[in-house]
Design a protein around this ligand. Structure first.
Ligand code: FMN
Length: 251
């Protein structure tokens, strides 16, 4: 019998061009797929939310979002669309860079637009940076709790193996990441990503969410296709449109 499907969003939290985020999100998804244990009453179906594409203006709603329980009450069409998108997901994987010891402003802005849409939903954080972006992850976790999401106990920190790799990442170069390769960059963290994802699936299962959609199998494919379109493996500059700012001086 087909299981119910839990809709999981993989959130790309950087809106720079060029950027490393799509290829790191792709690695995270591959790592989840390569370590996936089929032991839940739900099956995850992944889709990508790219905050660069969503392109929300700075928060401009007249009301406090926690007071809004019906998305049609938002003043602006962009908020109503964002609300409907977030409502449609059961859980969120935030793949998030560290900027100046915090997480990107575009992500805070996207979170602040809504409240009840986030409430009660499981989330996991995968941060990255020179030392793994732990400070960004810690701050993001606090804010997710503020909108009453349920973050996993553990998060994952992916540290660029060297300063030169950090600079390549900043310029959107292909880092050769492969979540199926047991020897590549961050290979030793594939299991950690799988374990944190399993914790999120446990939370989802106990949340009794999941739409009764017919699904033959776990659906990684669609999200991977979306991510690969954003970042073509093997290209030297990914989705680069120019030279971005690189930062390598601290964690
Ligand atoms: C504004 C800015 C601030 C940054 N701050 C940090 C930092 O605090 N710690 C760190 O390890 N890397 C920092 N970096 C380097 C990023 O880890 C690196 O540029 C990475 O590629 C950013 O992710 P993105 O390309 O997906 O935006 C910073 C980069 C930018 C653009």
């Amino acid at each position: 019998m087909a299981k119910s499907v839990a809709k999981v969003a993989v959130v790309i939290c950087s809106n720079r061009k060029p950027r490393a985020n799509p290829q790191i999100a792709n690695f995270v998804l591959e790592a989840i797929e390569s370590t996936y244990q089929d032991r839940w009453s739900l099956e995850p179906s992944f889709k990508v939310i790219d905050l660069a594409e969503r392109n929300l203006p700075f928060f401009d709603e007249p009301d406090v979002p926690s007071q809004i329980h019906d998305y049609t009450k938002y003043a602006h069409a962009h908020t109503r669309e964002w609300s409907q998108e977030v409502q449609s997901y059961d859980a969120f994987i935030f793949v998030c860079p560290q900027y100046n010891w915090g997480y990107p402003a575009v992500l805070k802005n996207a979170i602040d637009y809504l409240y009840n849409e986030w409430k009660g939903k499981p989330a996991m954080i995968v941060s990255y940076g020179g030392h793994g972006g732990g400070r960004a992850a810690g701050q993001l976790r606090q804010v997710l709790c503020g909108v009453h999401m349920i973050p996993t106990k553990k998060h994952v920190e992916l540290a660029f193996p060297s300063r030169s790799v950090l600079l390549e990442a900043a310029y959107g170069k292909d880092l050769g990441l492969d979540g199926f390769n047991a020897k590549g960059t961050w290979a030793s963290q594939r299991k950690e990503i799988g374990d944190v994802f399993a914790e999120m699936m446990d939370l989802l299962t106990s949340n009794k969410v999941g739409k009764a959609l017919k699904s033959a199998a776990v659906t990684f494919g669609y999200a991977k296709e979306e991510l690969r379109k954003k970042f073509k493996k093997g290209s030297t500059a990914g989705e680069a449109t120019g030279r971005g700012e690189a930062r390598s001086d601290d964690e």
